[in-house]
Ligand binder design. Structure first.
Ligand SMILES: [Zn+2]
Length: 65
């Protein structure tokens, strides 16, 4: 049985969040156990979703550059 990990999501305009893979609950910290479902979770894996958000932002700003 493999260990599950938090998914670390970073956002441009919001605080980072950690998503539990077992129940999908968001948390502000990578706790050793999910505060929502109690699943034991390992170190967060990095999710660079902010890159897509940044690309969307630069697309919006293209007219002025
Ligand atoms: Zn959970």
């Amino acid at each position: 049985m493999k260990t599950e990990h938090w998914t670390h999501k970073t956002h441009l305009f919001r605080a980072d969040e950690y998503i539990c893979p077992a129940c999908g609950a968001g948390s502000d910290r990578p706790y050793k156990k999910c505060p929502s479902c109690g699943a034991a979770l390992g170190v967060a894996k990095y999710d660079s979703s902010w890159v897509e958000e940044a690309e969307g932002l630069s697309a919006l700003m293209d007219n002025d550059w």
